[in-house]
Write a protein that binds this ligand. Structure first.
Ligand code: HEC
Length: 166
């Protein structure tokens, strides 16, 4: 599946002692996993955007945020809290359909819409909204260049990736 590229990569490097969601990789793989190609072509751009959507600090080799993102509706779902709530997928679902998809019930329910409403919107416009009060990401977390990648992913995600799931 598209957004699981980083998980698949990590698994392929892992031994038996590797825990689920442990994304460690060897030093030699650093550039391959986190580096940027000299020419950023669309497949790389969208894949990178998808990985940021899944978990931006793992994808970008950044620092894991502390505490719960202030906009997470803990009154709706008290089961979630901590750094995981900073992941796009925690609020909008890994199927991108939010409350209308697999996160429509259960321990990940947030009551928040999916991201399909932004399909086809200009990438720069989407990127701007990703720094609003619901998504208070500062540049130290996700730089402008990286935000444009996740916005590019958001603008096309359904037609290229999720069509087969729906
Ligand atoms: C803490 C919860 C939360 C997180 C994390 C979060 N969002 Fe959102 N997002 C929201 C809320 C709330 C809205 C506004 C929904 C509304 O307008 O009803 C929203 C709206 C959106 C929309 C517009 C949807 C539409 O139909 O217009 C997009 C696109 C989006 N978010 C993408 C992202 C991306 C990409 C990330 C990660 C970089 C992210 N969000 C992280 C809560 C979150």
């Amino acid at each position: 599946m598209f957004v699981s590229a980083s998980v698949a990569l990590a698994d392929s490097h892992g031994g038996d002692d590797m825990e689920k969601n442990d994304y460690q990789h060897s030093e030699e793989a650093q550039e391959y996993v986190h580096g940027n190609p000299s020419v950023e072509q669309e497949p790389w751009l969208l894949t990178s955007g998808g990985r940021i959507y899944d978990n931006w600090w793992i994808a970008l080799d950044g620092e894991e945020p502390e505490g719960t993102i202030p906009s997470y509706p803990t009154d709706v779902n008290s089961a979630q809290g901590g750094s995981g709530t900073w992941r796009c997928k925690e609020c909008h679902g890994w199927d991108y359909r939010g409350k209308d998809g697999l996160y429509g019930s259960g321990s990940h329910y947030s009551g928040i819409v999916g991201i399909n409403g932004a399909i086809g919107h200009p990438v720069e416009q989407i990127a701007r909204t990703l720094r609003d009060e619901n998504r208070p990401y500062i540049e130290e977390m996700i730089s402008e260049d990286e935000m444009l990648r996740v916005a590019a992913f958001v603008s096309v995600v359904k037609s290229t990736c999720v069509g087969f799931l729906i």
